[in-house]
Design a protein around this ligand. Sequence first.
Ligand SMILES: *Cc1c(COP(=O)(O)O)cnc(C)c1O
Length: 340
Amino acid sequence: MKKEIDWANLGFGYVKTDKRFVSNFKDGKWDEGVMTSDDMVSISECAGVLQYAQTCFEGAKAYTQKDGSVVCFRPDLNAKRMEDSAAYLEMPVFPKERFLEALIETVKENIDYVPPYGSGASLYIRPYMFGTNAVIGVKPADEYQFRIFVTPVGPYFKEGAKPIIIRVSDLDRAAPHGTGHIKAGLNYAMSLHAIVDAHSQGFEENMYLDAATRTKVEETGGANFIFVTKDNKIVTPKSSSILPSITRRSIMYVAKEYLGLEVEEREVFFDEVPTFAECGLCGTAAVISPVGIINDHGKEIKFPSGMEEMGPITKKLYDTLVGIQQGTIEAPEGWIYKIK
Ligand SMILES: *Cc1c(COP(=O)(O)O)cnc(C)c1O
C-alpha cells in the first residue's frame, strides 16, 4: 500500500522511510550487508569522517513510469562514479555490481514510498560511504560503512520551470588538481558559505570559474552547465575539476542522437557566455534548470530566452530526456533499470 503522502506538495527534505542498506568494511573486506530499519549510525567520536571528512556520496532517483513500472535512471553510472570517488579518497571501493544490487533492493524494500506516475515527485536515493574507526594522525581510516537510504522528494518545479538568476562567484569550488571531479562531501562543505551568501543577495546559484585563471566556466555547486549557441549547437564546459554529471552526459547524447544537434565539450571562456542563446543547469534533481540571467558583479548577462520560460532548445532537450526517463520515448539500451 502506498504511503499517505501529499506527493505534489512534498519538498526536498529528508523523510525517514522503512528500510536502509548497511555494509561494513573491516579487516580488509566488505561484509555481506543487511537491510535494517535502524536509521541511526553509531561510530567512534574520532571517526575518520568526523575528523578529516573522509566521505563520498551519490544521488539517484527512482520513479514510476506511465505503465506503472518502478525504474531507476542509469544507476550503473552512479555505481562507477562512486568507485572513482572512493578510490580518490583512499577508501575501499564498494564494487559496482554490489552497489547496483543494494540500490535496487533498497528501493524494493521501500516501494510504498515511490511516488505515483504523474505526481512529479520521485524517490531520491542516497548511497554514501564514510570512515568509521578512530583516526587522529592524518591517514585513511581502516574501517568504513557504506549505506543507502531513500527519501521521497517533491516535484522540482512546482509552478513550471521558471528561469533562475545566478551570479559569478568570487570564491572557488575546486582547485585544478583537487577534488572537483569526485562526489566528496568536502566539496559541499566549502561551498556552503558561497551559497548562503548568494541566497542572501537574491541569487539562486553560484557560477564558479576555473580557480587558476578565473577566465573559464566550471559549474555551479551541484549542477553542470549546458549552453546553446545562436546556431543551435550544444556546448558544455570541459575541465578536470568539474563533477561528471550523469544528467549532462545523457543530455549531450540525446542532443546528438535524438535531436541531431551538434555537441561540443570544450573549454568555455566566460567572455563568450554573452554570445550564447540559452543556458541551463543539469543534475539529477531538476534534470535541467533554465538560467535567465547571470550577474557578473552587477553587470547582467541576459539570455535571449528571457525570464519567462525555458529556451526552445533547452525545452526540447528537457522534454526528450524526461520522456526517456518516464518511458514515453524509447530509451537507449541500458539506460532504464527496471526495479518493479
Ligand atoms: C552531483 C553533482 C552534479 C550533478 O550530477 P548528476 O549525476 O547529473 O546528478 C553536478 N555537479 C556537482 C558538483 C555534483 O556534485
